[in-house]
Design a protein around this ligand. Structure first.
Ligand code: ZN
Ligand code: ZN
Length: 356
């Protein structure tokens, strides 16, 4: 699988006006080789591929990237630039969004007469469209999260703290096979639910609170992402029902807009127009969604400032929210895969307003 990816990347070099590419972002090295060490870089030329890492990873690299030429050198990028010079590469592309100004200066010195050309997110763009094996990992990660949340919900009650609930949900995900939480679990109660990325505190759930949980499992590098909002210990008030209903309708509209070839801004607009129409446009203060995969936030960005069109087999989140400072907020988020014939829903916990 990774060999196919490297071939696809090598085939695009001409389009990018380079003869070879130096990949320094670790997540991209992992995507292209399977190697998961913490220090690595990759040189991709039409003639072949060289993975550089340091002595701590000699064995691991041989196992994870057995089909790739390996170079053990702690200064991975520098060693590969020297290698490219050795191979008489004329123009070497590098990941401009990853290489620091300082590192660039060092590479230019080593490059001598070889031209260094900045490239932007070439591998990230490739990564947006997944193969079925990647989608299967995401599907399993989402199922682990769903199972953990289904178990957690009956245990949520007035008096439990945000931190307790977050810890318990993460423990349950690990019990069900997650490698880790995909990101720091968000549990936000009452007024805290109005903070989109609240960090769990010792605040205890009070009767009538909104409780917002944003969480996911990580499985073999792939990240699930799901948010549900419930009411605890009392019947929802009118304002709670109202904003929940608007967010739910917006989320539905966003999901239904997902299809290959659709402009990412049109998907954002489909959901955002529902929120704006209900008078809460100012209170929906973030983008509609994002790609998920080897990173929790990756291409494509579904937002007013997004660019590009969706493609088949692209996993994305749809997560509108309304946040009323000092009172509370609602976000509903699913992970889905864009497909011909309609999106595939990976997070399947019901979205009716649940009262615990
Ligand atoms: Zn999320
Ligand atoms: Zn998300």
């Amino acid at each position: 699988v990774t060999e196919l990816r490297r071939q696809r990347l090598a085939a695009t070099l001409i389009d990018h006006g380079v003869d070879a590419i130096l990949v320094t972002r670790l997540v991209n090295v992992r995507y292209l080789t399977g190697f998961t060490g913490s220090n690595a870089a990759l040189l991709v030329t039409p003639a072949g591929v060289v993975l550089a890492t340091d002595g701590r990873y000699t064995t691991q690299a041989a196992e994870q990237a057995a089909d790739v030429e390996r170079l053990i050198n702690r200064e991975c990028a520098a060693a590969l630039v020297a290698k490219a010079v050795e191979q008489a590469v004329g123009r070497l592309g590098f990941e401009a969004h990853d290489v620091s100004v300082e590192q660039h200066g060092q590479l230019v010195e080593l490059a001598g007469g070889m031209a260094l050309r900045p490239l932007t997110r070439v591998v990230e763009t490739m990564r947006a469209v997944k193969d079925e094996a990647e989608i299967e990992l995401l599907r399993t990660a989402c199922t682990i999260g769903d199972t953990a949340l289904r178990e957690l919900l009956p245990t949520i009650a007035v008096g439990r703290s945000e931190r307790e609930i977050a810890r318990e949900l993460e423990a349950r995900m690990l019990d069900h096979g997650a490698d880790a939480a995909a990101f720091e679990t968000i549990v936000a109660t009452g007024p805290n639910s109005a903070v989109p990325h609240h960090r769990p505190t010792d605040r205890r759930v009070a009767a009538g609170d909104f409780l917002k949980i944003d969480f996911g499992a990580r499985l073999r590098g792939y990240h699930a992402d799901c948010t549900r909002t419930v009411v605890v210990g009392a019947n929802p008030t009118d304002w709670q029902r109202e904003i929940y209903g608007v967010v739910r309708e917006a989320q539905r509209a966003g999901r239904h807009a997902l299809a290959p070839a659709v402009d990412v801004r049109a998907v954002d607009a489909a959901a955002r127009d529902v929120v704006i129409g209900a008078g809460y446009g100012e209170q929906f203060s973030h983008g509609l969604g994002h790609g998920v995969g080897l990173e929790i936030h990756e291409a494509p960005l579904l937002a007013t400032e997004g660019t590009g069109r969706l493609a088949d087999r692209t996993p994305v989140t749809i997560e509108p929210g309304i946040y009323l400072p000092g009172r509370g907020g609602v976000r509903i988020e699913d992970t889905l895969v864009v497909r011909h014939g309609g999106p595939e829903l990976l997070t399947t916990i019901p979205k009716d307003l649940l009262v615990l």
